[in-house]
Design a protein around this ligand. Structure first.
Ligand code: HDD
Length: 717
């Protein structure tokens, strides 16, 4: 059964139409109880006398308080902190030869989606800028039912078997005795676990890289992690790895900046996503696939079923098949972003699973968790979770059932209901699992092909630029530096030495520790006496030595751009207003935004007698919330250069490798705040304009900004 793509059926909006019946707008309406009774006084409870006790009879008070008392539901056990948006997926390059999934069949076909991004470890109210993996989940409301993509911004995972997931999460969450630290992996229990789980080494390289500090949700990749299957009309299977590639490129902030953003604006990513969509800068990703024929299953030096491995793009290129655009913010956070329930087991005909033991465990976990989080097996009826293709079956009742099933039949087979609802033949769109042949002994064990824990960790490290390698070293020094137990630090150094001796030595230097001569055999901790220890971790050299796609800085597909970036324009009375207007216009032409920052809110007076509206004061903003800083001429230097806030603003911008631009008198301000020698030494990220040519200055400023950061400022380790 193919999707209906006839011109009069606007499938992109089908979910919005579906949600309409649940929307409620109180504009020009009376206040009522939940039973529809109009309320006359919402400020006073019913009392025996004005100073007397409240009366139990007050059904209005009781209803209001009772509802309030029950407003909270359990937060997600992982990925509690998140933000989402509506949008659509559009096919650009159909692949019927690989999959029969209806939503991938026709070029131009649009399917509505809701996408939720998240951190993993922190609570619902925690900072967006934690060093953490980011969740990347997309619910496709296809005409064949719901397809959920439930991935991350990192293409591998910590563990190979789902049975270790509760251990991993217990280790990374705040420690149970004092519930410290929040949204952070830099503590003993996490690194204790990791240092005993060498299979996590590849993932740890990614987690310690800047991938775990995205500049924006809009600037991160998404990965399905597991190998899935595509099934075509001929019932042929191909293995597939799924990728999302952001239109704006993959970019990160630096760690010091991330920590400061966490204080200045813990909602930084949430706000960024919301504002981008409100401003019409719709976030966009391309959907790509790596396809591997069944016959090639054993062709690689790693196991396709092992979720701690990538398939280097040099071995199997990524083919782009579509794009996703997020163009609408939710109306209500709780109803949509909080109540949405994803499940990697929600697949449509044409997509199927592999025997990846991590995926297999996930297939159980996600329905189970919704039962405690959303409270009922009827969570699929919540509007945001509801399929837009019709659902009919013999499941009945349960908490909060919404559907009113008519008739007396709720079983199959039946004759009283004419045999309905019917089973669908495969040709009619019925889902049939891929008939993979499985012949095996029942065994609690792991394939030997899963025991390479270091080969791809090396590949990742080798693929990084020097700047990125240094960031990994600094991240490890920070994280292990927060670990109190020396034995754990030492054990980790043993693991790191198996990835790269230089990396281990640099981390060891930061910790003032020595790398152990013989690394402890971590797998031997806590194993039963009769366990098979023959599978010691090993390192299988990758046939690809270095892969540019793994580096954010060297990645050739990332084009220089300032689209949707924010520039702080430092202003005060007397400012050269034409220069401000010119840079704002130049930025706007590239879909970027200039914000006026001044000592006080309100307006600043320009040198031509005009006024410029102030967006933020130094008190309500910070340079960590911007991508670059510009100082025009004509400022009242006395007012600005003595203000410590301005110096902090510029120092942070410099330290975080951001472009700083100054014209005319702004150059004096820059010199006066300690940047004189940096201007003289021609730092490539300090752009000065002395000749009053605003357009040449703007062009130079924008070119410098488009490369994201001036990494040459950082000291090489
Ligand atoms: Fe998971 C949520 C991604 C392994 C069990 N997971 C969750 C979310 C994402 C992922 C993005 C948030 C969904 C949302 O926005 O609502 N999880 C992954 C990836 C994994 C992974 C990419 C490895 C490849 N997860 C994993 C395992 C298990 C779980 C091995 C359990 C055996 N994950 C859950 C969960 C969550 C969840 C407990 C919490 C909330 C939810 O499901 O709905 O069931």
């Amino acid at each position: 059964m193919k999707q209906d793509s006839t011109p009069d059926f606007n499938h992109q909006d089908a979910k919005q139409k579906d949600l309409l019946i649940n929307k409620s707008d109180a504009t020009n309406k009376f206040l009522t109880t939940n039973q529809g009774i109009k309320i006359n006084d919402d400020n006073n409870s019913l009392k025996a006398g004005e100073r007397g006790p409240s009366l139990l009879e007050d059904f209005i008070l009781r209803e209001k308080i009772t509802h309030f008392d029950h407003e909270r539901i359990p937060e997600r056990i992982v990925h509690a902190r998140g933000s989402g948006a509506h949008g659509y997926f559009e096919v650009t390059n159909p692949i019927p030869q690989f999959t029969k999934a209806g939503f991938l069949q026709e070029a131009g076909l649009r399917t509505p989606v809701f996408t939720r991004f998240s951190t993993v470890a922190g609570s619902r109210g925690s900072t967006d800028l934690a060093r953490d993996v980011r969740g990347f989940s997309v619910k496709f409301y296809t005409q064949e039912g719901i397809y959920d993509f439930v991935g991350n911004n990192i293409p591998v995972f910590f563990i190979q078997d789902a049975t270790k997931f509760p251990d991993l999460v217990h280790a990374v969450k705040p420690e149970p005795h004092n519930e410290i630290p929040q949204a952070a992996s830099a503590h003993d229990t996490f690194w204790d676990f990791i240092s005993l789980m060498p299979e996590s080494t590849h993932m740890i390289m990614w987690l310690m890289s800047d991938r775990s500090l995205p500049r924006s949700y809009r600037m991160m990749e998404g990965f399905g992690v597991h190998t899935f299957r595509f099934i075509n009309e001929q019932n042929e299977s191909h293995f597939v790895k799924i990728h999302w590639k952001p239109k704006l490129g993959t970019h990160a902030v630096v760690w010091d900046e991330a920590q400061k953003i966490s204080g200045k604006d813990p909602d930084f990513h949430r706000r960024d996503l919301w504002e981008a969509i409100e401003m019409g800068n719709f976030p966009e990703w391309e959907l790509g696939v790596q396809i591997i024929p069944e016959a090639d299953e054993h062709k690689f030096e790693f196991d396709l079923l092992d979720p701690t491995k990538i398939i280097p793009e040099e071995l199997v290129p990524v083919t782009i098949i579509g794009k996703m655009v997020l163009n609408r913010n939710p109306d209500n956070f709780f109803a949509e972003t909080e109540q949405i329930a994803f499940h990697p087991g929600h697949v449509v005909p044409g997509i199927d699973f592999t025997n990846d033991p991590l995926l297999q465990g996930r297939l159980f976990s996600y329905t189970d968790t919704q039962l405690s989080r959303l409270g009922s097996p009827n969570f699929h009826e919540i509007p945001i979770n509801r399929s837009i293709s019709p659902t009919h079956n013999n499941q009945r009742d349960g908490h909060m059932r919404q559907e009113i099933n008519v008739g007396r039949v709720s079983y199959s087979p039946n004759s009283l209901g004419g045999g309905c609802p019917y089973q669908a033949k495969i040709a009619e769109g019925g889902f049939a699992s891929f008939n993979e042949r499985v012949e095996a002994h029942k065994v609690r064990g792991r394939s030997e092909s899963f025991s390479d824990h270091f080969g791809q960790a090396k590949l990742f490290y080798n693929s990084q630029s020097q700047t990125e390698k240094d960031h990994i070293v600094r991240a490890l020094r920070f994280e292990l530096g927060k670990v109190d137990t020396t034995a754990i630090r030492v054990r980790m150094l043993g693991i790191l030495s198996q990835v790269d001796t230089d990396l281990a030595a640099k981390v060891a230097k930061g910790l003032r520790l020595t790398i152990p001569a013989t690394p402890e055999q971590p797998m031997n901790h806590g194993v039963s006496p009769d366990a098979d220890l023959s599978q010691e971790p090993k390192s299988v050299p990758s046939s690809v030595e270095s892969s540019q796609a793994l580096s954010m800085i060297n990645n050739p597909t990332v084009q220089p751009s300032i689209e949707s970036r924010k520039v702080a324009i430092i202003c005060a009375d007397g400012v050269d207003e034409q220069a401000v207007l010119d840079i704002k216009e130049a930025l706007l032409k590239q879909s970027a935004k200039g914000c006026v920052i001044a000592p006080y809110l309100g307006v600043v007076k320009g040198d031509q007698g005009g006024e410029l509206a102030v967006d933020f004061s130094f008190l309500t903003s910070s340079s960590v919330l911007f991508d670059a800083v510009y100082i025009p001429g004509g400022l009242d230097l006395n007012e600005l250069s003595e203000d410590g806030d301005v110096t902090d603003f510029l120092n942070d911008a410099y330290k975080h490798c951001k472009v700083i631009g100054a014209q005319a008198g702004g150059i004096e301000l820059l010199s006066g705040t300690g940047f004189a020698s940096k201007i003289d030494n021609e730092d490539e990220g300090i752009i000065v304009g002395r000749d009053g040519d605003n357009s040449t200055f703007a062009a130079n400023f924008i070119t410098a900004m488009a490369n994201h950061r001036i990494w040459s400022r950082e000291k090489t380790l």
